[in-house]
Design a binder for this molecule. Structure first.
Ligand code: HEC
Length: 249
């Protein structure tokens, strides 16, 4: 019995060990993704199609599926948001050839269809805010969450430019003091305020979460329909019960 209790306790403790290990690197910010916010998701789609598909594909998503799921009229999708194809039934492929991408960035930008499932929404939200000026890099920027990233800071016009704040820390094994990135601060403001930019990123990351699991939206809607159905059933059942018991009393 005691062993069983011990085993259960260890079972409960295991996840906290995993968490403790993954706490390296800068702290993640909470993305607060909202899949019920339709207007937000539409804005996310707009940002994604304007700023990301020039390099990244989302090969598991078709334009007409996204248009239907998010309530974007197909004509609007076609006229304003489709840059790589004319056909609404096509998948979101990339404008750039893979070989060109490798030549330019040294690495092929990954397909983003399921990125929210592999990286997580908080990581994406933080990563997209984590670009800072670094003249030693070929793109002129580095990223606090993905050091030496090959991706340029594509949202710099919106966010502005950040500069790094360094601190020194003693390296425990060598005893030498090393420079560590402590935070980022605004160097040049962008077109958006910080609050506006964060809101846009929240929309963009929500769209990426939708992209990773489009059925989630259907499940959300189905859930509401099921609850409505059950409440109607409840009223009906109550009325039937009242009818049956009328003669008993
Ligand atoms: C100019 C081309 C370009 C554009 C535009 C671009 N990216 Fe990237 N992106 C890259 C490259 C190249 C990489 C690979 C970086 C690396 O591994 O060092 C990358 C990597 C990423 C990663 C990290 C993937 C991983 O897990 O390693 C994410 C997430 C990402 N991009 C999201 C976006 C989003 C969201 C947008 C639109 C706002 C965007 N990118 C626009 C070129 C681009």
């Amino acid at each position: 019995m005691r062993r069983l209790i011990l085993a259960i306790l260890i079972g409960f403790m295991a996840p906290s060990w995993v968490l403790a290990e993954s706490e390296e690197g800068p702290k993640l910010q909470n993305a607060n993704v909202d899949l019920n916010d339709r207007v937000g998701l539409q804005n996310g789609a707009r940002l994604f199609l304007n700023y990301c598909v020039s390099c990244h594909s989302a090969s598991m998503m078709r334009y007409n599926r996204a248009a239907a799921d998010l309530g974007i009229p197909e004509s609007k999708m076609k006229a304003n948001l489709m840059f790589t194809t004319e056909k609404i039934g096509e998948t979101m492929t990339v404008a750039m050839q893979g070989a060109d991408a490798e030549a330019w960035f040294g690495i092929r930008p990954p397909d983003l269809s399921v990125i929210a499932r592999s990286r997580g929404d908080d990581w994406l939200y933080s990563f997209l805010q984590g670009f800072y000026a670094d003249p030693t890099r070929p793109t002129g920027v580095n990223n606090a969450y993905l050091p030496n990233v090959a991706m340029p800071h594509v949202l710099w016009e919106l966010q502005g430019i950040q500069r790094p704040v360094y601190g020194t820390e003693k390296d425990e094994t060598t005893g030498k003091s090393v420079q560590v990135l402590e935070g980022l601060e605004t160097d040049k403001p962008g077109k958006m305020t910080e609050v506006e930019f964060k809101k846009s990123l929240r929309n963009l990351v929500s769209f990426l979460v939708y992209l990773g699991e489009p059925a989630k939206l259907v499940r959300y809607r189905l859930g509401v329909a099921v609850l409505l159905f059950l409440s109607v059933l409840l009223v009906a059942a109550y009325l039937v019960k009242r009818e049956y018991w009328k003669d008993v009393h």
